[in-house]
Design a protein around this ligand. Sequence first.
Ligand SMILES: Cc1cc2nc3c(=O)[nH]c(=O)nc-3n(C[C@@H](O)[C@H](O)[C@H](O)COP(=O)(O)OP(=O)(O)OC[C@H]3O[C@@H](n4cnc5c(N)ncnc54)[C@H](O)[C@@H]3O)c2cc1C
Length: 287
Amino acid sequence: MKPAPFAYLRATSVDDALEALRQHGPEARIIAGGQSLMPMLNMRLTKPAVLVDVMRIPALKEPRLDKGALVIPAGVRQAILLDRPGLARDLPLLAAALPWVGHIQTRARGTLCGSVAHADPSAEIPLCLVALQGEVHLRNRRKVRRVAAETFFAGMMVTDRADDEMIEAIAYPLRREGTGTAFAEIGRRHGDYAIVACAAVVDGTQMRLAVGGVADRPTARDFPHLDGSALDDALNAFAWDLGAGDDLHATARYRRDLVRSLGRRVLEQAAKVARGDTHQEAVPCHS
Ligand SMILES: Cc1cc2nc3c(=O)[nH]c(=O)nc-3n(C[C@@H](O)[C@H](O)[C@H](O)COP(=O)(O)OP(=O)(O)OC[C@H]3O[C@@H](n4cnc5c(N)ncnc54)[C@H](O)[C@@H]3O)c2cc1C
């Protein structure tokens, strides 16, 4: 199928893009890498009257360090960030998760902000943002607001973004001394969306596990340091609370099993990294 007709506007500044969103409201959609939007247009799942291309805005091209965070503007493609020198040192969780986002070809086009705006519950980039307690920077013609990732995702492909707002950037807090992170996912094939993805962050006081692919949004829970059957019980309770459902790819029971087993593996791995026993952040697993 082909998309319904639309007008195409190539914005050259953030103001240009925001003015188009103000004028056209819900009829306008931003297009970034097009890796999620184009299939939806082709299948006519969405029929915007105007597409606002934000990929030629120079101000949105460069990631920057700001107040202990890496701020990634809307024009930064996934492959560019993956090649950033020092990414594995500054943001080891994201460095471990990014190679699992689609394929080389999709990462060469897709942006990090586009993935956050799309808000697929299985997507790795939003999962890492929630795990690391990052922020989404939203802007419209009148104001800027910063929203905690945990409150930004409101449901399956539903976010706190208003029609006249764009995601100007997302901000990931940098790795802190004494903190370990780890990532793992299971999917049908490498490059597919995860059936279940887990991201762990462990420091001297607590363990945090974020899970994608089970609830209708990436969901995190903090635990005190636990091991043995106390950790099993905590993971089991979390797995049930996520409200897994059956679908074409997996049963609810399989998803709960993955939360318990992958969850334990990433928490244990992150704890090892936090203690300095290993530097490895990605847990090997099959997909
Ligand atoms: C074969 C294939 C495999 C894939 N596998 C995975 C996978 O394993 N994991 C995964 O997470 N993703 C996967 N994806 C999707 C991923 O590649 C996309 O890059 C990502 O979901 C969206 O980024 P984009 O820049 O392409 O956004 P677009 O497709 O351009 O936009 C997506 C949505 O976000 C909105 N949007 C984009 N940017 C902004 C902004 N700055 N402000 C407000 N709204 C905005 C658009 O209006 C649209 O609604 C896959 C895609 C393909 C085609």
